[in-house]
Design a protein around this ligand. Structure first.
Ligand code: PMV
Length: 310
């Protein structure tokens, strides 16, 4: 058994297809170089430590309620899969905002699973790591499609259909993305449930929107592989209109999309669960991404530039 092992999970943005993917439609996601690194090492007692959240928990914390208990329950899932004989201390360096649609919980899960398996001396393939981390995501989200944990494990450009092996490729050109947080927190679990209720009440309307989203995703995959940024941007705008029709956008997200387009972005949309969280905009190149970022700063609680898939 090795002593000190490091694992990594990357953050992600969903370029198109969020929510529809929960109901069996395809979605397109891309890994970010921002993510979570976890270190697993021998210890006197088993603990999970996340310094940036000022958090240290043991398995006893899984019995309570709230965020800490949920995280302890997820940690218990990871430990039971890793089947370690001796206590382990896991320390996670989280470099992603949580509750923002950037896949923070999945990146943490993948990093923890990865570190535990390496600590045991049994590293697995990235896709099997992604599959295993679904059980971690289920603790937080109830009905996750699996796109977050798979992208957190593999990185790259993912064409993902629930329950199928992902198609992983690279975009023809790296995507100069601007990510802006609306400042509004949203619960993926609640927002996913609200879309499920709409689907139950108005199946024809919602399925028609899902059909539109499916064709956006398929076209965007081709555009991304060809490196056609302008086409990707147009498809992002179309997806945003469909997400708004599902009542997933907010005033703040609409403002961010508008300001990004006014600053010359090829397209902009919410990413992840929506009803708050982050917007992504596609810029012409990295220098232009900085300009778009500046234009967004007065309207956002936080902004980032990411060259995704480079
Ligand atoms: O966890 P988030 O906010 O990145 O959202 C994930 C994307 C959804 O399609 C809304 C949910 C899912 O499980 O695919």
């Amino acid at each position: 058994m090795s002593n000190r092992a490091e694992g990594f999970g990357s953050g992600k943005v969903i370029l198109a297809g969020e929510h529809a993917v929960v109901h069996g439609r395809p979605a397109l996601a891309i890994g970010l170089d921002l993510g979570v690194t976890a270190i697993a090492e021998p210890a006197e007692a088993t603990t999970l430590h996340v310094p940036v959240w000022d958090l240290e928990l043991t398995l006893a914390d899984a019995e309570g309620d709230g965020d800490k208990a949920q995280l302890a329950q997820a940690f218990r899932v990871a430990l039971s899969q890793a089947k370690l004989d001796l206590p382990v201390r896991v320390t996670a360096d989280v470099r992603l905002p949580s509750g923002a649609g950037l896949g923070c919980s999945a990146a943490l899960g993948v990093a923890v699973f990865d570190a535990l398996e390496r600590h045991k001396g049994e590293p697995t393939s990235r896709t099997s790591l992604g599959e295993r981390t679904l059980a971690w995501e289920e603790v937080f989200h109830g009905n996750p499609s699996g796109i977050d944990n798979m992208t957190a494990a593999t990185g790259g450009l993912l064409y993902f259909v629930r329950g199928e092996a992902p198609e992983i490729s690279k975009p023809g050109r790296a995507l100069p993305l601007v990510i802006a947080h609306s400042g509004e927190r949203s619960s993926t679990k609640e927002v996913v449930a609200s879309v499920a209720r709409q689907l139950e009440r108005s199946p024809a309307r919602v399925n028609e929107l899902f059909d539109g989203i499916t064709s956006v995703v398929r076209n965007m995959k081709l555009a991304a592989e060809q490196g056609d940024l302008k086409a990707i941007g147009q498809l992002m705008d179309m997806n945003q209109a469909m997400l708004s029709a599902l009542m997933l956008s907010t005033e703040a997200l609409e403002t961010l999309c508008r300001e990004a387009r006014n600053a010359g972005a090829f397209g902009a949309k919410l990413t992840g669960a929506g009803a708050g969280g982050c917007m992504i905009a596609l810029a012409r190149n990295e220098a232009h991404a900085r300009e778009v970022q500046q234009a967004l700063e007065p309207h956002a609680s936080k902004t980032w530039v990411a060259l995704a898939g480079g």
